[in-house]
Design a binder for this molecule. Sequence first.
Ligand SMILES: C[S@@+](CC[C@H](N)C(=O)[O-])C[C@H]1O[C@@H](n2cnc3c(N)ncnc32)[C@H](O)[C@@H]1O
Length: 219
Amino acid sequence: MSMNDAVRINAPVHHNTAALTRYYRWHARLYDATRWSFLFGRTALVHSIAELPRPPRNILDIGCGTGDNLLRLARQFPEATLTGLDLSADMLTRARRKLDRRRILATLLHQRYDCPLRPEPVFDLIVFSYCLSMINPGWSQALESALRDLQPSGWLAVADFHETRFPAFQRWMAINHVRMDGHLLPWLNTHCQPLLETPSAAYGGLWRYFQFIGQKRGE
Ligand SMILES: C[S@@+](CC[C@H](N)C(=O)[O-])C[C@H]1O[C@@H](n2cnc3c(N)ncnc32)[C@H](O)[C@@H]1O
């Protein structure tokens, strides 16, 4: 499926797609070697998904990057159908290599996520892992699209940066395309029924990050 096949629901907003594509052209090479030291909570998020009342059968990982969460999900839910989506071809190339090496079947879509993928909701779990804080502007449009792509009573699972008390660090993260000002959790709590919400401190409180799992509220 290409961007043209997708169903547009909202007015277009200005996106940072070109800047992120350039950023990950370089960072894709260093990504796996470096991100373990600050993108905390990704493995724990996937483990927590096992607490859902039913194992997910059709999973979409938005901003799947180099594919580590897809590997974790495939291990944990071998019966599930997996789709990963990312705007960076450089990140997806690495994901494809890892998945193929382990003979894991997953559809990978190269596109920006800013509108629902399908006219009908087919996914019962949508994962955003350290992606939403990089969609600026457009994070709420991405979340609204995810709710449209989720089946009734489907689940959203999110791991991401939450906030920092240090303005200089916040500015540094903004240079790296990350918005870190506590904007995600209020939206998630308003639009989903939370099952799990665990904000935690990193590096003695330099920043806080969170894992959130919530169920789409009835319409
Ligand atoms: C910090 S990485 C996280 C990768 C992976 N989910 C993980 O947890 O390691 C953020 C990823 O989101 C992707 N991304 C950012 N905005 C996006 C958008 N609007 N649509 C699709 N992918 C996006 C980037 O290209 C990048 O691969």
